[in-house]
Design a protein around this ligand. Structure first.
Ligand code: NOJ
Length: 702
């Protein structure tokens, strides 16, 4: 399709139409759609049309009844699967296996595309540094390097080599920018951030997605240093377009353009349209300011026609790249018959078990003896919805923990224990079941049935412990004297100190999706030895948020015995579980850290090698993490920064040498003049099992 030629044939109304996205949340049901608006070419895209017949019906109207026959593009939030639900993104990232994320995104893309969705609003690449924020589970954790690696993998999985293929979709890196740093952890709240933090911490995952060819970017809801993102010219044009070199479509978040008036940044709807277009927002999701005012703004010369044309051209180009001009319709029969397959379910099980983190295992409580009689206690153990967490796809089926144990003939009894919906605790029933069994499997954490979702958009919490009623129940169960294994689900880092002090073993994961129960069962009995590691710091208590490992040192670093040091008087200094932490049923020993040289120049690649030995009695996989610290800088540098990792498998007694390469040019930061620099001087290098331990050595950059 000759896009330039098409553009030259369009009326101003048709152009503006390409910049409007509608969906069922606006036109509550499709019978209310203004078909005449579609016919006149004044709607460019739809969100969340999940009925394949409706996709074709709308498309037919746009293609066959509008003057120029420009196809619609259908978007949706395909976050961790459509028919096969994989673990939520942050859980999946705990595998530290980007290749897995690429494969699950690929399956999700295929299931969505066949169903009529050509554009997903994923991956979310916001760093998660504050446990209170509701959307931690949608990203890849708190570290910019790890999040960048996963951003690339997910974009590649969704988009493949060619988004016109009928198995891939356009991806969308969101939410630009700094969205997760909302004050107080309260979604949509203002963000105040230095440019250095923005560039060094929050932008790298966006840059990685852009370099991987992400087709679209979504701007965020909040005001960044006082200017709402949807109207933030500096952020959208100078940073995103110029610095990060993004050439694709930029869409606002739902309603975010209209909300600029509520922020108090625009006078009225007309002013809103002007500021959003001037700032560089191409598509306005879910509000109508362009539709109502852009024509007049262009005709008055307040918005240049070239600016409008550029935005429209990007949208047409996206449709062209998606192959929609040639293949606008979907095969409804195929769409209605598609579902999870044997392979996609096997992938979901593999991915789920690799997402489960072992946080504690006293006295080798786990793996469980297959002959044990297990008291499975907790509503989350038996409810399919709770297995998914936010943004589950079209198919809500899942194996639950109790369901999987029973289906595989394990000796298990179930007690709900507490009801998240009604807040009732059934202690007697739980005690009865516990007393009849050898071991208690206490399943708790955040569910989807507790005042609605407990994590997700706008699901912020000021209390990041497990719900109080679950704690009450756990205390009761402790009295039975039986060993307790806690399985905790959550969409955020939790403060698990009380749980840690009470139970013998803890497994944790985010929502695991379709194969949740089977995967948990695999881990409980040692058919899979847990290998996942945390992608967030788990604090010890509520008040420590925001808490992340790659913080600066301060001039008075926390030391328990020193009164005037940067700490709390009522909480420990360290994390409950640090970033990168996770145990195994076996143990690993790190020895002999070597570094390829003691001195490097900017173009060199550092090679660190370490010997890792499996010192336990079963096969295990270990994630080997490499961190650096730039000891003196013209800006204060973080105490540690992840710069590389590897994942290896070792048989009992086996030793492997792991080599991790780090380009020296990756050790830089933005200085006070906002120049990216790698400064000469001394660095520390750490290689180990998590962000708080490991072997260390030093090197110099000249
Ligand atoms: C609002 C959310 O912030 C965003 O992530 C999502 O893609 C849109 N709604 C569309 O559902």
């Amino acid at each position: 399709m000759d896009i330039k030629k098409l553009l030259s044939q369009m009326t101003i109304e048709e152009k503006i139409g390409q910049l409007l996205q509608c969906g069922p949340s606006i036109y509550r049901n499709f019978e209310e759609i203004r078909w005449d608006t579609l016919r006149s070419g004044e709607i460019g895209s739809f969100i969340r049309v999940r009925d394949p017949e409706m996709v074709n019906k709308l498309q037919r109207c746009a293609v066959e009844e509008s003057r120029l026959g420009i196809p619609l593009v259908f978007a949706d939030d395909i976050i961790h699967g459509y028919f096969t639900n994989f673990p939520v993104p942050a859980a999946e990232a705990c595998s530290w296996e980007p290749e897995l994320a690429r494969r699950t995104a690929e399956v999700a893309a295929k299931e969505a595309r066949v169903s009529g969705i050509q554009w997903t609003y994923a991956p979310m690449v916001d760093l998660a540094r504050d446990a209170r924020w509701g959307r931690n589970s949608e990203g890849a954790g708190e570290d910019p390097y790890l999040a960048s690696v996963f951003a690339k993998a997910r974009v590649e999985g969704f988009q493949g080599d060619d988004i016109s293929s009928d198995t891939h979709v356009a991806a969308c890196a969101k939410h630009f920018a700094g969205y997760s740093a909302c004050m107080g952890g309260r979604d949509y709240n203002s963000v105040e951030m230095s440019c250095q933090t923005l560039y060094d911490m929050f932008l790298p995952p966006f840059k990685s997605a852009i370099d991987a060819g992400v087709a679209t970017v979504m701007s965020a809801f909040h005001d960044f240093n006082g200017v709402p993102c949807a109207g933030n010219r500096w952020l959208l044009r100078d940073v995103l377009r110029d610095d990060l070199d993004f050439k694709g479509v930029l869409i606002s978040d739902a309603g975010a353009v209209g909300q600029m008036q509520v922020h108090g940044y625009t006078e009225d709807e007309r002013d809103t349209a002007k500021k959003a277009m001037d700032a560089g927002t191409d598509i306005e999701m879910a509000t109508f300011t362009y539709n109502h005012h852009l024509k007049e703004l262009v005709e008055n010369g307040e918005i240049p026609m070239e600016m409008l044309d550029e935005a429209v051209e990007r949208v047409l180009d996206l449709k062209n790249r998606l192959g929609l001009f040639e293949n606008p319709y979907i095969d409804v029969e195929k769409a209605n018959s598609i579902g999870a397959t044997e392979q996609s379910i096997a992938l979901a099980r593999e991915c789920s078990r690799k997402s489960i983190v072992l946080l504690k295992n006293d006295n080798k409580t786990l793996p469980l003896n297959r002959k044990s009689k297990i008291a499975v206690i907790g509503a989350l153990a038996g409810n399919e919805d709770d297995m998914h967490d936010v943004w589950s796809g079209k198919n809500k089926n899942a194996t639950t923990i109790y369901g999987a144990l029973k289906a595989n003939n394990y000796d298990a009894m179930y007690a709900k224990g507490y009801d998240l919906k009604t807040d009732e605790v059934f202690i007697e029933d739980a005690n009865r079941v516990a007393n009849e069994c050898d071991v208690i499997l206490f399943v708790a954490g955040e569910g989807v049935n507790y005042q609605g979702f407990m994590s997700g958009e706008a699901r912020n919490r000021s209390d990041i412990e497990i719900p109080k009623l679950q704690q009450k129940l756990l205390k009761e169960l402790k009295r039975t004297g039986k060993p307790i294994v806690a399985y905790i689900f959550s969409g955020r880092p939790l403060a698990l100190r009380n749980v840690d002090e009470t139970v013998d073993a803890i497994l944790w994961s985010g929502g695991l999706g379709t194969e949740a129960g089977n995967a948990v069962m695999d881990v409980l009995f040692g058919d899979y030895n847990p290998s996942a590691k945390l992608v967030w710091t788990f604090p010890t208590s509520n008040g420590q948020s925001p808490y992340f490992y790659n913080h600066n040192n301060t001039g008075k670093p926390p030391i328990a015995e020193i009164w005037y040091s940067s700490k709390y008087i009522d909480a420990p200094i360290g994390a409950q579980y640090p970033f990168g932490y996770g145990l195994s049923y076996t143990s690993f020993k790190y020895d002999n850290l070597q570094i390829s040289s003691k001195e490097f120049s900017i173009d060199d690649v550092l090679e660190a090698s370490v010997e890792v030995t499996n010192t336990g009695d079963c096969f295990g996989e270990e994630i080997v993490e490499l961190y650096v610290r730039d000891l003196v800088g013209s800006m204060v540098r973080p105490v540690r920064e992840l710069k590389g990792f590897d994942k290896i498998g070792l048989n009992p007694g086996e030793k492997k040498t792991v080599v991790i390469k780090v380009p020296i040019k990756n050790l830089g930061f933005h200085n006070q003049k906002m120049e990216y620099v790698v400064e000469p001087g001394k660095f520390m290098l750490y290689v180990g099992p998590d962000s708080a331990s490991g072997l260390e050595t030093e090197f110099f950059v000249k």
